[in-house]
Design a protein around this ligand. Structure first.
Ligand code: NCD
Length: 305
């Protein structure tokens, strides 16, 4: 049972097998039809965002309100005891007394795992450094399945900052449960890290690493672009050199299949030119919508009776 298996929360995409993914996608799909309900009436969600966020925090909060629940929390611009030097463990052991579930984003890779160790209530990892962002990957799969029908058989390109981008780490892990061809497209400096590739090899995922996306654009069903993660670079000069490595332009769409779809977790900086936005193939704003039904489904699983 999903509820039982995930009672400590959602920390990593590695917790999910194909059956779990199919189950939660089905629940997400159902939530598309339910705008408002009182399923989580009386429940409180805490959102602790130590790093900036627009879509993740607001969609979790909106999803919670739409299910009749309430939200408390703080975000990076706020004043909380974190500023005084309080540890993650102490923050969690406090906030769990005030809420039924905690959604947390932090710059440390192991932050969510550590929080889950201390908490008696479910923790949802809303981004842990360069590590993972599992709920984003789940909403990405909901987007793809709603738009293209099924995952098996698709050619999927993940492009941009594959080294520091946490969304592509979680997404490639979830995709390893399906029969897909994955193309990792990045500058050599920003390739997937060995530990992530080892995991995929172990799962026998069919993947290729390339630099020039134009070589394979015509065979892709999905291209998932990401921004270069400026805040993770130790050397800002390195970032400056590489930041405009890829710019996807409107004429790139001419070489794509009719059912090609372009996704991006956002924020977009310069990697997709704004003239692409009006194409039906560009679905990154639709993708932001799917965050609501997917997060409603997850919150309902973790908190409803
Ligand atoms: C991503 C994140 O925070 O990891 N954004 C998001 O949650 N939609 C992607 C990013 O910041 O590049």
């Amino acid at each position: 049972m999903f509820k039982e298996k995930f009672r400590e929360g959602i920390i990593s995409a590695k917790q999910f097998d194909r059956e779990d993914i199919e189950y939660i996608l089905k629940k997400g799909k159902e939530m598309i039809k339910i705008k408002n309900s009182n399923l989580l009436q009386g429940k409180i969600l805490a959102t602790l965002f130590f790093e900036p966020s627009t879509r993740t925090r607001l969609s979790f909060e909106s999803a919670m309100y739409r299910l009749g629940g309430n939200v408390i929390g703080f975000h990076s611009g706020d004043v909380s005891s974190i500023k005084k030097g309080e540890s993650i463990a102490d923050t969690i052991r406090t906030v769990e007394n005030y809420s039924d579930c905690i959604v947390m984003r932090h710059s440390l890779e192991g932050a969510a795992t550590m929080a889950a160790k201390f908490a008696k209530i479910p923790i949802i990892n809303a981004g842990s450094g360069s590590g993972e962002h599992p709920t984003q990957a789940l909403l990405d799969l909901l987007t793809i399945t709603e738009e293209l029908g099924s995952l098996d058989g698709l050619n999927i390109g993940l492009m941009g900052d594959l080294k520091y981008g946490r969304t592509v780490h979680s997404l490639s892990i979830l995709l390893s449960n399906f029969d897909v061809n994955v193309y990792f497209i990045s500058p050599t400096e920003l390739r997937m890290r060995n530990r992530d590739k080892d995991f995929l090899q172990h799962r026998e995922v069919k993947y290729k690493e390339i630099t020039n996306y134009r070589k394979i654009l015509n065979i892709l069903d999905v291209l998932y672009m990401t921004r270069i993660q400026k805040e993770r670079f130790v050397d800002t000069e390195e970032y400056e050199k590489i930041k405009d490595f890829y710019i996807f332009r409107h004429n790139d769409l001419n070489n794509t299949k009719d059912n090609f779809r372009l996704l991006h977790p956002l924020p977009r900086i310069t990697e997709i030119s704004p003239d692409v936005d009006s194409s039906e193939k560009a679905i990154y704003f639709k993708q932001t919508y799917y965050g609501i039904p997917m997060r409603k489904a997850l919150l309902a699983e973790l908190m409803a009776k």
